[in-house]
Design a protein around this ligand. Structure first.
Ligand code: NAD
Ligand code: IPM
Ligand code: MN
Length: 351
């Protein structure tokens, strides 16, 4: 079946540091297996602006569309905050161009992670839920959108079709998990949320085997830290999903370990950590590589059905966490490089 084409978008600040770690682990975990791949690096984000004057060059879109999977680390940062077109526009642009409408962001707390959680152990035990974030519509993309001297406009828009397709992803995921969906919206105020909840109710009738409950996003942000173990699949609009997923990440102890997958319509999935380019720690060699390593494992399982390779990577991640071979965001004193080496050593011994 030939070599799989993986488009690599290394990004900005800590982006290239953790991408290098993820690719090193990928090489170790696939060594001696039948899985063969080719990495195609493309200009993107701030690096795209610097190299070719565009955070999302046409050629990057075309190359990405033809890939088997896309790996992205993180883009943006102070260097381009005043640029006429920011790196973030490239990120929104690739999501939109590839129709990556469903973004899956897991929150799982293993026994070894409990002591690093800011929450009390008895509350966090058993936490294992997934945020299904709508990614190509809502407040991020609605028109009109305008910034003038004395006023500014954003538009929150959702069509029925856009809501139905994200609900379908969430309900089907729930059927493979704990059969529980939480629909999150602000339907006591927003029109788009009223439609969101109404379609959620329609889906609850179509999926009688799935238990459904409904929350307003403000109460949800409280419930996520009060009783995170009660949730399974959380389906929410773009903006709410952005906010809730960073909050949920912190329950695990650090955002520096959380991967995500964005699913399109026919094209390749895109895999990226949920965090940003962490300019505050860039260049110091202390970025936590686990977000990218977990992202690589997710890609191997979901895009390539290489579950053994994914498990090998996950076992290495469990090992470094259990033995506290971790960076400072997780309470350790490792560097990105030494932690990556520990992952590789573990994988080589298992091989
Ligand atoms: P951030 O996620 O980059 O950082 C928030 C905090 O988390 C910082 O203290 C950072 O040091 C820490 N952190 C994040 N990743 C870490 C890791 N792997 N290891 C250790 N610590 C880690 O959020 P921010 O500072 O608000 O944003 C910085 C830039 O990133 C902005 O330009 C923003 O637009 C961009 N951003 C990009 C993406 C993306 O590319 N997908 C996502 C979010 C933010
Ligand atoms: C994320 C990021 C992006 C978002 C930004 C950088 C555009 O925060 O992927 O969570 O808001 O979607
Ligand atoms: Mn975010």
């Amino acid at each position: 079946t030939g070599k799989k084409k993986i488009v690599v978008l290394p990004g900005d600040y800590i982006g290239p540091e953790i991408m290098a770690a993820g690719l090193t682990v990928l090489a170790a975990a696939t060594q001696g297996t039948d899985f063969k791949y080719e990495l195609i690096e493309c200009p993107f984000g701030g690096a795209g602006i610097d190299q070719v004057g565009d955070p999302l060059p046409d050629e990057t879109i075309q190359t990405a569309q033809q890939a088997d999977a896309i790996l992205l680390s993180a883009i943006g940062g102070p260097k381009w905050d005043q640029a006429p077109v920011r790196p973030e526009a490239g990120l929104l642009g690739i999501r939109s161009a590839l129709n990556l409408f469903a973004n899956i962001r897991p929150t799982q707390v293993s026994p070894a992670q409990i002591e690093r959680s800011p929450l009390k152990g008895e509350n966090v035990t058993g936490t294992d839920f997934v945020i299904v974030r709508e990614l190509t519509s809502g407040a991020y993309f609605g028109q009109p959108r305008r910034l003038d001297q004395d006023e500014a406009v954003d538009t929150m828009y959702y069509s029925r079709a856009e809501i139905e397709r994200i609900m379908a992803v969430g309900f089907q995921l729930a059927q493979q998990r704990k059969r529980h969906v939480t629909v999150v919206d602000k339907s006591n105020v927003l029109a788009t949320s009223k439609l969101w909840r109404q379609i959620g109710q329609e889906f609850s009738h179509r999926y009688p085997d799935v238990q459904v409950d409904y929350r307003y996003v403000d109460a949800m942000s409280m419930a996520i830290i009060a009783h995170p173990a009660q949730f399974d699949v959380v389906i929410t609009p773009n903006l709410f999903g952005d906010i809730l997923s960073d909050e949920a990440a912190q329950i695990t102890g650090s955002i520096g370990q959380i991967p995500s997958m964005s699913i399109g319509v026919n094209g390749p999935n895109l895999y990226e950590p949920i965090h940003g380019s962490a300019p505050d720690i860039a260049g110091k060699g202390i970025a936590n590589p686990l977000s990218m390593v977990n992202t690589v494992a997710m890609m191997m399982a979901q895009s390539f059905n290489e579950n053994q390779i994914a498990h090998k990577i996950q076992a290495a991640v469990d090992y470094v966490i259990a033995h506290k071979i971790v960076t400072s965001d997780m309470g350790g004193s490792q560097t990105t490089a030494s932690m990556t080496q520990a992952l590789v050593d573990f994988i080589r011994e298992e091989n």
